[in-house]
Ligand binder design. Structure first.
Ligand code: IPE
Ligand code: IPE
Ligand code: MG
Length: 244
């Protein structure tokens, strides 16, 4: 059963599908990949804003298991961007006290990227600031299956929800309170399926490279208005969590 968080005002864990980079570039008659470049700047800015607002975990979808289907040049540009970010951007994040983690199937990435991921996690592991988790070659279905396979390897023949939860990527983080998708689509695209069981959903047409402090504050304001019941009735909630 989903754990009921105590404070409902600032989301402890925000999960984001950073969508709309390609359309942002297309609107400006630029190659799609320029949108990805700008999107990375937005991510940096969102880390700063979320840290300042007191968010503890920010989890972003950077590359899905399905994104390998994109044209080869785009995939290869994204890999180059990822590699350079693992070095340069992560150094800045480290200076700002962020903890960086990467979730997903690492084996399909080049050795350089795999080494970069290990180095980034190692460099930032003792930091006490915001935990930024980057989902790369990640899929919600993949996550559930890898968790189940771990349990099978341990010899389990029957499992509980707790057993499975404990083996998922991000098991150590609370489940997302707020899920944001930019770029106008209203689907989950195989992101954290299990962990999103009780997340509040927020969709905006704003394209990811245009997303900014004002826009994320709008998302948080919407979140604050929501009455999170977790199955209970409104009257059962503590008075400060009841919404008019
Ligand atoms: C999201 O932006 C980034 C990745 C999937 C890597 P898109 O590239 O999907 O942008 P649109 O949806 O085509 O505009
Ligand atoms: C979802 O965006 C994945 C990421 C943002 C990394 P997509 O743009 O790939 O999603 P679909 O294919 O439109 O659902
Ligand atoms: Mg898209």
């Amino acid at each position: 059963m989903s754990h009921i968080p105590e404070n409902t005002n600032i989301p402890r864990h925000v999960a984001v599908i950073m969508d709309g980079n390609g359309r942002w570039a297309k609107k400006r008659l630029m190659p799609r990949v320029m949108g990805h470049k700008r999107g990375l700047d937005t991510l940096e800015e969102m880390c700063r804003v979320c840290s300042n607002l007191g968010v503890a975990y920010l989890t972003v979808f950077a590359f899905s298991t399905e994104n390998w289907r994109r044209p080869e040049e785009e995939v290869s540009f994204l890999m180059g961007l990822f590699l350079s970010a693992l070095d340069k951007k992560v150094k800045k994040m480290h200076a700002n006290g962020l903890r960086v983690k990467v979730i997903g199937e690492r084996s399909h990435f080049s050795q350089a990227i795999q080494d970069g991921i290990v180095a980034a996690e190692e460099l930032t592991k003792n930091n006490k600031g915001l935990t930024l988790t980057i989902a790369a070659d990640y899929g919600g279905k993949w996550d559930i299956v890898q968790a189940a396979n771990q349990l099978i390897r341990e010899g389990k023949t029957e499992i509980t929800q707790e057993d499975l939860s404990a083996k998922l990527m991000l098991a150590e983080a609370p489940e997302p309170d707020l899920f944001i998708r930019t770029g106008g689509e209203t689907r989950i695209s195989n992101f954290m399926l299990w962990q999103m069981a009780y997340a509040e959903f927020y969709f905006t047409d704003v394209l990811w490279p245009d997303f900014n402090e004002t826009e994320i504050k709008k998302a948080f304001a919407s979140f604050t208005q929501r009455e999170r019941r977790f199955g209970r009735t409104s009257e059962q909630l503590p008075i400060e969590q009841q919404r008019p």
